[in-house]
Design a protein around this ligand. Structure first.
Ligand code: ADP
Length: 262
């Protein structure tokens, strides 16, 4: 039932995605068609032809941006699970972040000392964390603090506690990215995670960070959770199952892909 829930959510997301792309593309085509029709009517009016050509050109560029987003989404690879030391991995992520976050943002790492090793796809996990941290940065234009926290939690009963629905009982590693930024209002929260939903300016937002992080978490057998309060900040948590001894997939084992952000 769980797999089917995740599957039907993915199918729904895919449907929304296809619908959104069709709409965006239709707008592009209409702009090109409109501009070229007008050029055809008044080919002698040079100023007008220039203006319309610029319009058509801009539209074509938007079209190219749409297909680029699609290509990025299509670059899905299978998950390559490897044994990770979470503390080391977070240290590496922090290293990457110091180069990309502004100076007004303090990065803290809070890791429980007794964390078990994690079996996960390193590249996809790091990409997800960096995307979440980038969102955190974008939510703190005046600076603030960004915390990467890791701890384990036993999920014993479905539907209990503050966690995503439909998680299987078992032991999970919670990787939480917390910011002291703008938070999300109800309307944004409702749509956050929808492919291509973004509140950021064109060229900056892709609307793919959260859906890809969620795809990765679900593909890994876990889930993604968003807790947010307008004016106070946001925590996005990746729940990743901790493989119990004896039930561990071999390190070279691969699973079908959720997607990746490059
Ligand atoms: P993008 O960052 O390209 O917009 P995402 O899927 O990562 O795409 O995020 C979608 C939207 O969710 C963002 O545009 C923003 O409105 C909201 N969001 C995501 N993370 C945060 C955060 N940490 N704080 C506030 N809003 C956020």
């Amino acid at each position: 039932a769980h797999a089917n829930d995740a599957q039907s959510r993915r199918m729904q997301a895919l449907g929304q995605l296809a619908g959104g792309i069709a709409l965006d593309f239709n707008n592009v085509l209409q702009a090109v068609e409109g501009a070229t029709t007008l050029i055809d009517r008044q080919p002698a009016n040079e100023a007008s032809v220039r203006r319309l050509a610029t319009l058509a050109n801009d539209a074509a560029k938007r079209g190219a941006a749409i297909t680029n987003r699609l290509l990025a989404l299509g670059q899905r690879s299978d998950l390559r699970a490897e044994r990770l030391d979470v503390t080391t991995m977070l240290g590496e992520v922090r290293e990457t972040l110091t180069h990309s976050l502004g100076s007004g943002i303090t990065v803290r790492i809070e890791v429980r000392p007794d964390l078990p090793p994690l079996l996960a796809d390193r590249e996809q996990l790091e990409t997800a964390l960096i995307n979440l941290a980038t969102n955190a940065r974008d939510a703190m234009p005046k600076g603030g603090s960004l915390t990467l926290a890791a701890e384990t939690e036993m999920v014993s009963m479905e539907g209990a506690g503050n966690r995503p629905a439909g998680m299987r009982p078992g032991r999970y590693l919670r990787l939480a990215v917390t910011d002291t930024g703008t938070g999300m209002d109800a309307a944004t929260l409702a749509r956050a995670g929808e492919p291509f939903f973004t509140t950021k300016p064109l060229g900056i937002g892709t609307g793919l960070g959260l859906p890809m992080a969620r795809g990765f978490a679900e593909q890994s057998g876990g889930a993604l959770q968003i807790d947010t309060k307008p004016g106070e900040g946001t925590t996005v948590t990746l729940w990743l199952p901790v493989a119990e001894a004896g039930a561990m997939p071999r390190p070279e084992a691969t699973m079908p892909a959720p997607g990746k952000a490059r």
